[in-house]
Design a binder for this molecule. Structure first.
Ligand code: S3P
Length: 449
């Protein structure tokens, strides 16, 4: 499936128990960063478990355009021969990041402090998303950006020939912005400092340390103060990418709402900056347990076991938890529709600038399926009537957003009538094996064309 071509409608028909082992693909955030940092190291980085979704493949293509060699072995191992910090060549083509905000924002940062001009574009979803949040701090390094009005792609960035280090307080909770500034700081002399009030995913910091950069994080009254010393030589790494908690969310939530289910989702990265959904589900009363907890490649990992949970209750999700589950609110709203009572989600305005306006997309589809949803600029609220009460029977728009498409497919597993989405192609950006994996568990999810 491709997120760039003809739409393919999909249908999810209520199914019997889901059971078995769901081996979800590699973490998308860590996959992007493995390729980008591998391209900025000197020598060969070897990556296993890389997510081979469209978003990450677009980043691989981009790294080749900057001069790195990126090769996939027949056994699925990836080899990145980096050009070193400051070694990026000027691409002779437009960098097309497809659907990926992470891809384009991190790459913009990585290239912003080299004396090269780069033009970026994406698909219809990405070209609507705000880029000033990244180009504003990159301008402080000396990088100039010219794009469409409102700071949208397509956009050309003229990199700083003589970058200066910056001190930047990130105004929105965004790991993409933080990471873009840190990656730009790699080519600047001296210390680049990024301050974030709310902790966002910290894979860039962990990975920069792993590649040998001098980077520290201090918890202060101002927030987390991250200090990077520029112009390091990055040492190539051997990276085993853990499985993606954001993808695990789909089989986990499907099992919780589908009668009789018992699903094991092994090897999931449980970095605390990513695991907010699972805590929330447990607070709702989900039968969700962590088995075989361990550490792999510097990240906490566990096998998740999710069983049908008919007694889940609506809760207030603390806004302070939003950053650690920002991609999981769509599928949480599906669980909330099958719980009893009100689930309040606040402090979530970032959901409105993802691959789609995720509050609007989910609220519209859930309402069409008979669920009560209220929403405002920074909040939404789902009132569930308990297990098996959602009527379904609607076709929901996926708005070029993989997580919206997959959330509605999960919803359809326990509604009274099937649920359709108008276009399932975006699923390939992050979870290319979604359909066979769900089918193997016992779900009835299929393409209609
Ligand atoms: C990501 C950060 C988050 C998240 C995205 C991946 C990353 O975006 O929604 O899917 O890998 O840094 P923001 O940083 O914009 O919140």
């Amino acid at each position: 499936m491709s997120g760039h071509g003809t739409p393919i409608p999909m249908i999810s028909t209520p199914c019997g128990p889901l059971s078995g082992v769901a081996e979800v693909p590699g973490d998308k955030s860590i996959s992007h960063r493995s390729l980008i940092l591998g391209a900025m190291a000197v020598g060969e980085t070897v990556v296993t478990g890389l997510l081979e979704g469209e978003d990450v493949l677009d980043t691989a293509k981009a790294m080749r355009a900057f001069g790195a060699e990126v090769i996939r072995d027949d056994d699925g191992t990836w080899h990145v021969h980096g050009v070193g910090v400051g070694g990026f060549a000027e691409p002779d083509q437009v960098i097309d990041c497809g659907n990926s905000g992470t891809g384009v924002r991190l790459i913009m940062g990585a290239a912003a402090t080299s004396p090269i001009s780069v033009t970026y574009t994406g698909d219809a979803s990405l070209n609507k998303r705000p880029m000033a949040r990244v180009t504003d701090p990159l301008a402080l390094f000396g990088c100039q950006a010219v794009g469409r009005s409102g700071g949208r792609l397509p956009m050309t960035l003229v990199g700083a020939a003589e970058p200066v280090p910056v001190r930047y307080q990130v105004p929105v909770p965004s790991a993409q912005v933080k990471s873009a500034v840190l990656l730009a700081g790699l080519c600047a002399p001296g210390q680049t400092v990024v301050i974030e009030k709310e902790a966002t995913r910290d894979h860039t910091e962990r990975m920069l340390a792993g590649f040998g950069a001098e980077i520290t994080t201090e918890e202060t009254d101002e927030g987390r103060v991250i200090t990077l010393t520029g112009q390091p030589e990055l040492t190539p790494q051997v990276i085993a990418v853990p499985r993606d908690p954001s993808s695990a969310a789909f089989p986990v939530c499907a099992a919780l709402i589908t009668p009789g289910s018992d699903v094991l989702v092994p090897g999931i990265g449980l970095n605390p900056t990513r695991a907010g959904l699972f805590t929330t589900l447990q607070e709702m009363g989900a039968d969700l347990t962590y088995e075989n907890q361990r550490e792999e490649g510097g990240e906490p990992v566990a096998d998740l076991r999710a069983k049908y949970s008919p007694d889940m209750k609506g809760i207030d999700v603390p806004p302070a938890r939003a950053a650690s589950m920002i991609d999981e609110y769509p599928v949480l709203s599906v669980v909330a529709a099958n719980a009893t009572g009100v689930t309040n989600m606040t402090g979530v305005k970032e959901l409105r600038v993802k691959e789609s306006d995720r509050i609007e997309a989910m609220a519209t589809g859930l309402r069409a399926c008979g669920v009560t949803v209220e929403d405002g600029p920074d909040w939404w609220r789902v009132t569930g009537q308990g297990p098996g009460t959602v009527s379904g029977g609607a076709t929901c728009a996926s708005h070029l957003d993989h997580r919206i498409a997959m959330s509605f497919m999960v919803l359809g597993m326990s509604t009274r009538q099937p649920v359709r989405v108008d276009d399932g192609t975006p699923i390939a950006t992050s979870f290319p094996i979604f359909e066979p994996l769900m089918a193997q568990l016992g779900a009835d999810v299929r393409r209609e064309a």
